[in-house]
Design a protein around this ligand. Structure first.
Ligand SMILES: Nc1ncnc2c1ncn2[C@@H]1O[C@H](COP(=O)(O)OP(=O)(O)OP(=O)(O)O)[C@@H](O)[C@H]1O
Length: 339
């Protein structure tokens, strides 16, 4: 395949196993299977939502894609080029194109550097010489994210959380990215500020044609921002679909549970969605359940769920909608399955 026909990002069988905790004898016990073989494709300009409870491996996936972490297995291709284990030098031109916005706008900005210095760094590192000069470009970036360009010489502590996140977004934009991985970009912000930052990201996406991998546990935010949604559970993808299909016609019991937890959630028929309470936490990725990882919390679980991993399979009527469940069903059949 020529690189021009290839998707912007193509991830196949991606895994990340961290060393397990140390035992009393200081030996490493097992491995933390944070990401356990996921496939993901992002087309240019597309926005993918990556959702799931805390500990499902969303952030680790984001850090693998941006190559802040070294994958344990699988492949990552950027515009057809295999960057899975690319060296620092090989990655340098690509790093400018794949950027990350972090959750915490307090810890992600160096408090000793001015805003101007923070935003100039990506230009310096990538040897980018904009026509009007780097200083002018930084002023432009501040303007683009809705901040006063006169704030060039100020320090991060002089800004509010929302403003700092705007600075984090400006830093991600500085080198002209094609893909931004935004890891819970608004969850640390005051609720009143969240919509403003989401709207800024949506404007940037529309105006600059940047693709997004948007990591969130808030499905309402994802619905507003994303074209496609990928649901993760314990290191694996359990369902992925176009936004409309996922919100109106989810088939995986875990997705049903996540959707039913959204305040004011409306079911496919327009009525109130039946609340499905998930008991307990996500199991430890050191010793995940056999077969389907979700089975220990699933009201539909049968013997086969413990013995066989359900493959991620396309629905007959919608090849873009894939579900990993032995007993998938749309929401309206839930009541009969549960009864
Ligand atoms: N450096 C690390 N060493 C060991 N385990 C790790 C490391 N980083 C993450 N983990 C573990 O990997 C699992 C997945 O973590 P990850 O942060 O990717 O999940 P998440 O879905 O993004 O959750 P959250 O929303 O809480 O960030 C968790 O069990 C976490 O404790």
């Amino acid at each position: 395949m020529s690189t021009s026909e290839a998707p912007l990002l193509e991830v196949a069988g991606l895994t990340k196993h961290f060393p397990g905790p140390r035992s009393l004898l200081r030996r490493r016990v097992g491995a933390v299977r944070a990401v356990d073989g996921i496939d993901l494709t992002v087309e240019a300009g597309e926005s993918i939502g990556l959702v799931g409870e805390s500990g499902c491996g969303k952030s680790t996936t984001g850090r693998l894609i941006t190559r802040l972490l070294e994958p344990s297995g699988g492949t990552i291709r950027y515009r057809g080029q295999d960057i899975t284990h690319a060296s620092r030098r090989e990655l340098a031109p690509i790093r400018a194109q794949i950027q990350m916005v972090f959750q915490d706008p307090y810890s992600s900005l160096n408090p000793r550097h001015t805003i101007g210095g923070i935003l100039r760094a990506p230009l310096d590192v990538n040897n980018i010489d904009p026509p009007g000069g780097r200083r002018e470009r930084v002023r432009e970036l501040l303007d683009t994210v809705g901040l006063n360009p006169e704030h060039y010489n100020r320090f991060p502590h002089e800004f509010s959380g929302g403003q700092r996140q705007r600075i984090g977004i400006a830093r991600a934009l500085a080198a002209g990215p094609k893909l931004i991985v935004a890891d819970e970009p608004v969850s640390a912000l005051d609720v009143s500020i969240q919509a403003q930052v989401i709207n800024l990201l949506a404007d940037l996406r529309r105006d600059l044609g940047i693709a997004f991998v948007f990591i969130a546990h808030d499905l309402a935010v994802v619905r507003h921002f994303c074209d496609r949604v990928v649901v993760m559970y314990l290191g694996r993808v359990v369902e992925s679909a176009e936004r409309g299909a996922l919100y109106e016609d989810a088939h995986h019991p875990y997705t049903h549970a996540l959707l039913s937890a959204v305040p004011g959630a409306v079911g496919p028929g327009g009525g109130r969605r039946e609340r499905i309470r998930l008991t307990g936490d996500v199991p430890s990725p050191i010793n995940p359940p056999s077969g389907c990882h979700f089975r220990t919390r699933c009201h539909k679980a049968r013997d086969v769920c413990a013995t066989t991993v359900p493959p991620l399979t396309a629905l007959a009527g919608d090849p873009g909608h894939r579900v990993a469940c032995h007993f998938p069903s749309p929401a309206e059949t839930l009541a009969s399955v549960r009864g």
